[in-house]
Design a protein around this ligand. Structure first.
Ligand code: AMP
Length: 289
């Protein structure tokens, strides 16, 4: 596996690949790789002749009181995993390479970025959209792979690609879970044993909420159930949101607005804080099945 740290070298490599009409698949990550990341990389490996993974902990998507400094980093472990999966190239730029002194251009996907997680993490999706746009310009992939675990992120990136005319196919991959249902996340490392156990309630509540939606329960009742069940759970410090959302606009849905929208899917989504970890999860419910 080749490792490239400079944008210039990356662009040169990409130019050569394009000349040979190689299809480039790309998986952007912040490292501390787990099975969730690896599932994206496997899919990318199957569908493209050249696989690029990036590891970059993007400071501008973290708020001032968030965990940028303490975010888990494990380059050696990550490189072993990437080599074992047959990744062709790791792009691992340092901070100044991506944001040199005097950097001043930002990408904001308006409307979508202030909802759900955006309401609790001001500037987060501006940071995400900016770094993803930059990485897309550097790597110029044919396809880029993202996890459904970060549902809002996938919607924002699809809109970014559409609005800014990136010629890139966005592939969204299913959430990989631990055996008790907890969505894999680099931030699960922050949980102690009791908190880890308590975190498994998130998926149980989502599954029960899915059943309620399927049995025709009013969405207002479903939201009430989710909020109550989570906020009374042990060790859960704060439920930031737990509700039913429109899959594209990310607006909260009621039974009435669902009917008017004609949606074939709804998204059940949760963000909460356990111990020092802010965890998110979601289930997309296909209403036609
Ligand atoms: P991150 O390193 O957290 O920025 O994540 C990099 C990519 O991996 C994003 O597209 C995430 O949505 C995806 N990802 C993270 N956790 C999971 C998971 N449990 N299952 C599937 N994809 C995931």
């Amino acid at each position: 596996m080749e490792v490239i740290r400079s944008i210039r070298a990356m662009q040169e490599t990409v130019r050569n690949l394009k000349e040979r009409a190689v299809t480039i698949g790309f998986v952007p990550t912040m490292g501390a790789l787990h099975e969730g990341h690896l599932s994206l990389i496997r899919r990318c490996r199957e569908e493209n002749s050249f696989v690029v993974v990036s590891i970059f902990v993007n400071p501008i998507q973290f708020g001032p009181s968030e965990d940028f400094q303490s975010y888990p980093r494990d380059l050696e472990g990550d490189m072993e995993k990437l080599s074992a999966l047959g990744v062709d190239l790791l792009f691992f730029p340092d901070l100044k390479e991506i944001y040199p002194d005097g950097y001043s251009t930002y990408v904001v996907v308006e409307g979508l970025s202030d909802k759900m997680c955006g309401a609790f993490r001001p500037g987060h999706f501006r940071g995400v959209a900016t770094v993803v746009a930059k990485l897309f310009n550097i790597v110029k992939p044919d396809r880029a792979y993202f996890g459904q675990k970060d549902y809002q992120q996938t919607v924002i990136i699809k809109k970014l690609v559409e609005d800014l005319n990136f010629d890139i196919e966005i592939v969204v991959c299913p959430t990989v879970r631990e055996s008790d249902g907890l969505a894999m996340s680099s931030r699960n490392l922050y949980l102690n044993a009791d908190e880890r156990k308590a975190a498994s309630s998130i998926y149980r509540v989502l599954k029960k909420a899915e059943e309620m939606v399927r049995s025709g329960e009013a969405l207002e009742r479903v939201k009430e159930y989710m909020e109550n069940a989570l906020s009374t759970g042990p060790l859960i410090r704060e439920v930031q949101y737990a509700s039913v959302y429109h899959p594209e606009t990310l607006d909260e849905l009621t039974s009435e607005s669902l009917k008017r929208s004609g949606c074939r899917e709804v998204v059940l989504a949760v963000a909460l804080v356990i111990g020092n970890a802010r965890l998110i999860d979601n289930i997309v419910v296909d209403l036609t099945k």
